[in-house]
Design a protein around this ligand. Structure first.
Ligand code: NAG
Ligand code: NAG
Ligand code: NAG
Ligand code: NAG
Ligand code: NAG
Ligand code: NAG
Ligand code: NAG
Ligand code: NAG
Ligand code: NAG
Ligand code: NAG
Ligand code: NAG
Ligand code: NAG
Length: 805
């Protein structure tokens, strides 16, 4: 006997302010047997067949494979409901040595997700694998290689290619929000071995050639859940509690979710949307993002790759160097609005260079940080790293705060500590606390790998203190587990999503990790960059050059995260840099981070399929007043060969658009299913960048395409164009700028190019009439002819559909 349930998909996505309805007849089946076997089928083909369920106890693996894990209660089926909706549950109970566990599959059909839950019914001891040799590195005596296993496995799936479908995978893993150890390949044993598992593990997407996707990832207990890959005659992937845990309390419950999506990007967005809903992330997160000035304005960075990283000007202190940067920026009118201080300013322990005391060393800032902030008027984004066992703050070392002290590192476990640390920071201008080295802190701290609560407590205390002090947080070198935990920590507004600048010449490739960041509603940050080719006068970067400053600038801008150049004084190329921003340093962004299109990922995984071999990312802007118009952007770089881009590849739904390239902004072409876009010759230096715009039909019969402000990377951005009013015979653009700034907007009106150049008035207001090519400093009064394109009933309909989701 078996139970199945079939889903028919009809999803509504809320992507920023774009609403679209996707209905597919793809069908997804959860098939559960009475004895605890389960399978996931897509269109009648089994994609994922379960592997044996297991729980460790008494140092041993109890598994259904050899019958050592006893099925004590066969299938029980019941209906239930929770915050995610109605579900049908399939429940089983097992006994290991004496410990009892329950596993449940909750099928939320027709919603596109299934949750696999494991619950310990009794306190269970010695859950760690007793065969656990010490690791070679890190040299921490009480860690063991089994820490990268899991002590339980449910769900667990066999790694095998179905006979009737060709499956590929994308696995995120390792530091930098799962970017560093990400991998793609065929879903077969020969390829899956590259997946980063254990403490570094992250979400796994499995997809076919047309993008049908199953995304498997943790749903709760992010800091303690791992994925474990076991090779062997029947290779398998298991999700469960991290391998270092040696004792689990009764009632401990964790769960993994499988999301069905028609597309890899969409599956991640659905995953993120469900989690953000479940953890109520968005309201507080959006408000934290809104308040985080380092996301909205250009800043000056001094981290790894920046010219002044451990490299002040000759014979000068850092204090003087930073004052000189300020002076230069004033002379050159470069609107840096804050300053980032990297790891060169505080006290480190000799041992492992771990953090000893988070305050400014007098040889670095002789007059103190507050003095610098007052002089520059730049608020501070400040770096921090892992805590030393010698930190002055720990009670064990004579300090005032509770720390878990270990062999090399320690970890604060004290809300008061975080409150004081960050509150002290606000005294000298701190606005963003950058917690770096999250991976090393976790991989070198035994307690974080054996304790079921400490990891969450640590990050939560940091987040609470940030909230209390009105600060935002940047996570750097975050493993996927930290990334996911940020769902409950709304103060995390931005995250690093690739290796340090100059450590990897391809670190600008953030199109895939940005998918994950976008799903979690945090802003991805590319890291610092140079705006000129050669600044390697810094001995640290001897011989290194930047082949493509413009690519660095555009990638930073399209990320929607910070834009943080780190040039030497006199080395800023303003032409390259200021395409990011208005004259005041306000970053002009698209409405979502640019992300790699599905076809790029499918091609990387399944080499024989049709798709671009290289980076093809898409994004769009939505402007208030005109939610239906699409202002799309496609960035193409490091492309091998050529590819014909179809509108549907962009992930945006539109019928027809006009497209221009940034090198020839006035030469437009049609872009629709009959007029695809031939991508070729798009390298790192000569990258391709396309802008497309959908038609706006006026009552007068005129057709207007807004090309926007083509001197900027994002010609149509909600920061610049705050509103578009559609009148019967023209469009009014409400422009936000800085006093005396010149703004040129381009349009195609009835197939003719038009441009309007205006100067922003003292009150920072500007209104542009597209058809009449007029500038005005006061709001246009003639609104009589406004069309009723977007009636209240239309908006209401959209909102009622979204509520379903
Ligand atoms: C569900 O599993 C059973 C037992 O393995 C199998 O006989 C049946 O065909 C499966 N159902 C579907 C819809 O594949
Ligand atoms: C789902 O798949 C099953 C088996 O392949 C098929 O019988 C059924 O008609 C499909 N349902 C839909 C809605 O496509
Ligand atoms: C636990 O493991 C030890 C050593 O392997 C063994 O001697 C003992 O019988 C086991 N106890 C139980 C309850 O299985
Ligand atoms: C499993 O259950 C069976 C029957 O209930 C029992 O005979 C057997 O000893 C149990 N095995 C273990 C490992 O507990
Ligand atoms: C777990 O795996 C990571 C990545 O390979 C490694 O750095 C770490 O040392 C491993 N942990 C242990 C305790 O072996
Ligand atoms: C730095 O100081 C040394 C010794 O005082 C001096 O010889 C050198 O010229 C100075 N360099 C610069 C660039 O001022
Ligand atoms: C910084 O300190 C110096 C030396 O004490 C002092 O002259 C200067 O006025 C201070 N600057 C500010 C902005 O406080
Ligand atoms: C910190 O750890 C190092 C290496 O284990 C050790 O040599 C040192 O004594 C420790 N320091 C303190 C204050 O515990
Ligand atoms: C904060 O500042 C106070 C006053 O200078 C100091 O006593 C305390 O140790 C500091 N705490 C932290 C965590 O920085
Ligand atoms: C600045 O960048 C622009 C655009 O890439 C380039 O044309 C110009 O030569 C650069 N200026 C300098 C001084 O390098
Ligand atoms: C593509 O061409 C066909 C045939 O000329 C036409 O019917 C269709 O409307 C065109 N599609 C678009 C999006 O323009
Ligand atoms: C909005 O877009 C949809 C789909 O592209 C289209 O069907 C609808 O007519 C548009 N509405 C308006 C008011 O333009």
């Amino acid at each position: 006997m078996y139970v199945t349930s079939t889903w028919l998909f009809c999803l509504v996505y809320l992507i920023q302010h774009i609403y679209s309805v996707y209905c597919t007849s793809t069908n997804f089946t959860v098939n559960v047997t009475e004895t605890g076997e389960y399978a996931l089928q897509v269109n009648g083909v089994t994609w994922l067949q379960n592997a044996p369920t297991f729980f460790n106890e008494n140092g041993t693996k109890y598994s259904t494979e050899d019958g050592s894990l006893n099925l004590t209660t066969q299938l029980t089926t019941y209906n239930g409901a929770d915050r995610l909706g109605d579900f049908i549950a399939y429940k089983f109970q097992y006994t290991a040595s004496s410990g009892q566990m329950m596993v449940t599959i909750k099928d939320y059909s027709p919603q596109p997700y299934v949750i696999f839950e494991q619950r310990y019914l009794t306190k269970t001891m010695k859950t760690r694998n007793s065969v656990c040799p010490p690791p070679k590195y890190p040299p921490v005596p009480y860690l063991g290689t089994c820490f990268n296993e899991t002590i339980s496995g449910f769900p667990s799936f066999l790694v095998q290619q179905p006979s009737k479908a060709k499956l590929g995978f994308l696995s995120l893993g390792g530091k930098m929000f799962g970017d560093f150890a990400k991998s793609t390949g065929r879903f077969s044993d020969s390829d899956v071995g590259v997946i980063a598992d254990g403490m570094r593990s992250g979400p796994l997407a499995i997809f076919d050639e047309i993008g049908n996707t199953l995304l498997i990832a943790p749903f709760t207990k992010f800091m303690t859940t791992s994925l474990w890959y076991e090779s062997g005659p029947s290779p398998r992937l298991s999700w469960g509690i991290m391998g270092g845990v040696n004792e689990v309390s009764a009632d401990y419950t964790s769960s993994t979710i499988v999301i069905r999506g028609s597309g890899i990007n969409k599956a991640f967005q659905t995953y993120g949307a469900i989690l953000r809903k479940f953890y109520s992330t968005d309201i507080q997160r959006n408000s934290a993002i809104e308040k985080d000035s380092t996301i909205h304005y250009l800043g000056y960075w001094t981290d790894n790759g920046a010219f002044y990283y451990y490299n002040p000007e000759k014979n000068k202190t850092y204090e003087q160097t930073m004052l000189d940067v300020k002076q230069y920026s004033v002379e050159q009118n470069i609107p840096y609005r804050y300053l980032q201080l990297d790891s060169w300013w505080y006290y480190k322990s000799k041992n492992f260079e771990a953090l000893k005391e988070w305050s400014a060393r007098p040889e670095v800032f002789p007059h103190g940080l507050r003095n610098l902030t007052l002089a520059t008027k730049w608020p501070i984004a400040a770096h921090n790293r892992y805590w030393s066992n010698e930190t002055v703050y720990a009670k064990q070392n004579g300090g005032g705060y509770t720390f878990v002290k270990e062999y090399i590192l320690s970890l604060p476990n004290d809300q008061a500590f975080w409150n004081d640390l960050l509150s002290n920071g606000t005294q000298w201008g701190l606005v963003l606390y950058e917690q770096d080295w999250l991976n090393i802190q976790t991989l070198f701290t035994g307690a974080l790998q054996t304790d079921l609560n400490l990891g969450e407590t640590w990050l939560t205390q940091m987040g609470n203190a940030a909230k209390t002090n009105g600060l935002s947080l940047q996570y750097c070198m975050a493993l996927p587990r930290h990334a996911l935990q940020s769902l409950t920590i709304p103060q995390v507004t931005q995250v690093r999503v690739s290796e340090d600048y100059l450590l990897d010449p391809l670190q600008w490739k953030i199109g895939i990790s940005s998918i994950f960041a976008y799903a979690l509603n945090v802003r991805p940050y590319k890291d610092t960059f140079w705006t000129t080719n050669n600044e390697s006068v810094n001995p640290r970067y001897k011989g290194k050059t930047e082949p493509s400053p413009a690519l660095q600038s555009v990638v930073s801008t399209l990320s929607t995260g910070p834009v943080g150049p780190g040039d030497k004084i006199n080395m800023v190329n303003k032409t390259v840099l200021m395409r990011c921003c208005n004259d005041d340093g306000l970053i002009l962004k698209p409405s979502k981070p640019a992300t790699a299109i599905d076809k790029q990922i499918i091609k990387a995984a399944l080499l024989m399929t049709d798709g671009p071999q290289g980076e093809v990312w898409s994004t769009f802007s939505t402007i208030n007043g005109l939610p239906n118009a699409t202002f799309g952007i496609v960035l193409v770089a490091d492309l091998t060969g050529s590819y014909n881009l179809h509108p549907s590849d962009t992930g945006l739904s539109f019928q027809h658009a006009r497209v221009v390239s940034y090198q020839s902004p006035l030469k437009w072409a049609n872009f629709d299913s009959n007029n695809t876009l031939q991508l070729s010759g798009c390298t790192i230096v000569d990258f391709c960048l396309y802008y497309f715009s959908t038609p706006i039909l006026l009552q007068s019969g005129k057709i207007v395409y807004i090309l926007g402000e083509q001197s900027k990377w994002v010609p149509v951005s909600p920061q610049r164009i705050t509103k578009i009013e559609v009148l019967s015979d023209t469009l009014h653009l409400h422009i936000n700028g800085t006093s005396s700034e010149t703004v040129t907007m381009n349009f195609i009106i009835d197939d003719k190019l038009k441009h309007v150049t205006c100067t922003v008035s003292n009150n920072n207001n500007l209104y542009i009439d597209a058809v009449k090519s007029l500038c005005s400093n006061t709001p246009p009064t003639n609104v009589a002819g406004r069309t009723s394109l977007y009636t209240n009933s239309f908006i209401l309909l959209i909102f009622s559909i979204t509520l379903l989701f």
